[in-house]
Design a binder for this molecule. Sequence first.
Ligand SMILES: O=P(O)(O)OC[C@H]1O[C@H](OP(=O)(O)OP(=O)(O)O)[C@H](O)[C@@H]1O
Ligand SMILES: NC(=O)CC[C@H](N)C(=O)O
Ligand code: SF4
Ligand SMILES: [Mg+2]
Length: 468
Amino acid sequence: MYRISSDKLKEECGVFGIYSKSIEDISQRIYFGLISLQHRGQESAGIAVCKDKRMNYYKEMGLVREVFNEKILKRLEGNIGIGHVRYSTTGDSHVINAQPLVVQYIGGSIALAHNGNLINAPKIRKEMEKQGYIFQTSIDTEVIATLIAKNYSYGLEESLIRTMKSIKGAYALNLIYEDKLIGVRDPNGLRPLAIGKLDDGYVLSSESCAFNVIGAEYIRDVEPGEIVIIDDNGINSITFSNEKKKALCSFEFVYFSRPDSILDGRSVYKSRIEAGKILSKEAPVEADLIMSVPDSGTLAAIGYSEESGIPFREGLIKNKYLGRSFIEPSQDMRELLVKLKLSVLRENVEGKRIILVDDSIVRGTTSKKIISMLKKAGAKEIHVRVSSPPVKYSCYFGIDTPERKHLIASEYSLEEIRQRIACDSIAFLSEEGLIKSIGLKDNICTACFKGDYPMEVPDTLCKFSMEK
Ligand SMILES: O=P(O)(O)OC[C@H]1O[C@H](OP(=O)(O)OP(=O)(O)O)[C@H](O)[C@@H]1O
Ligand SMILES: NC(=O)CC[C@H](N)C(=O)O
Ligand code: SF4
Ligand SMILES: [Mg+2]
């Protein structure tokens, strides 16, 4: 079937790890955790486990449920394990680049799962290659594993600290290294990583939504610039950076994360409702009904409705079984696929003045098609309200954004966007409104809206820069 296109903002990756004193069928639980994180990456899935210092792993292209079955999971025995779902940002979408990455070094094996993107990986890799190092994959993540192995003689803690100090960019990591489960978050905390407690162990997950299914209790997040080392003695925490600027990705709240997750102590659900309420105050308009572009626009639409008093109704029904991404091989197929994904509920639309709420506009393709579908079904007026500011800049930190020239808001004014997507009025949430809705003050990254990257970024960062 057609899958994967890079014509809009894509999910990132998801990491999930467990350390348990006694559970040996840990892979079963990691499997559940990964299914809960499936929305973060749908290209490949993998699990690595460690039992009595022996590492075992399995990874393949596809969704978690396609990759694993009972037989495979049974073979993956161990009491420490990590898992990964991938959406590629550096390195081709190929099984050789699937994660966890397992490498052999002088002390044994290291397993590594990474969410994020390093901006200096090509440079480090080139320098190491000149010294004779060899690399098996084309992912940025392998640079981290190779640096840890290189620094091994400094001991566990120091090798990790030295490695983290030499890489730049976004990383939320899960590692199995010397029989310990290790979690690391980059100095700005761009990507989330939460810690959960089990009766006899701990869990590390990109999002806390994955804790519920395995009965873990959310205790806290790994702090930006923190390494947590988990073993039979509990959690040992090391701070490796004194970076002051915390910058959790605001798009996690807008779109990527599941609403039942808590990120850096803030509920994604509440932030989306709040964004809708603020949007309603910032950009009110007279209308009969509020509708959302499902799924991710729905909570903001509910918030808009609560604040404005205008009733919320479903106007578009989404086919749940298509997944989030598709290759659209031709224009005809593109049109068909939108209709396959969303269909109009004519009885709620005909003759109505509608406020259509979506969480974001990137290229503008979704809104343009939906507005045309609603108009064909007899909508009288359509007022688009977007619960995030206009996306004007590319992301370098683990989200595969289109080039700037394909971001509609980077090329066109508000009025031009309105004309291009053919609606009666359009308004975006303000940057202040977004920050307020998230409630983490300015401890968030807003670079794709404002261009205020939390670190110096290269002019370009090519996904295939390390492909040979
Ligand atoms: O302006 P565009 O380039 O079209 O991109 C923006 C749209 O893409 C996302 O939805 P998507 O269809 O990916 O998935 P969803 O069903 O999870 O909201 C987002 O929620 C917007 O609706
Ligand atoms: N989206 C991500 O977090 C990807 C992680 C890593 N950069 C990779 O491409 O595999
Ligand atoms: S640039 Fe945008 S998508 Fe990337 S980390 Fe910052 S807020 Fe998130
Ligand atoms: Mg959407």
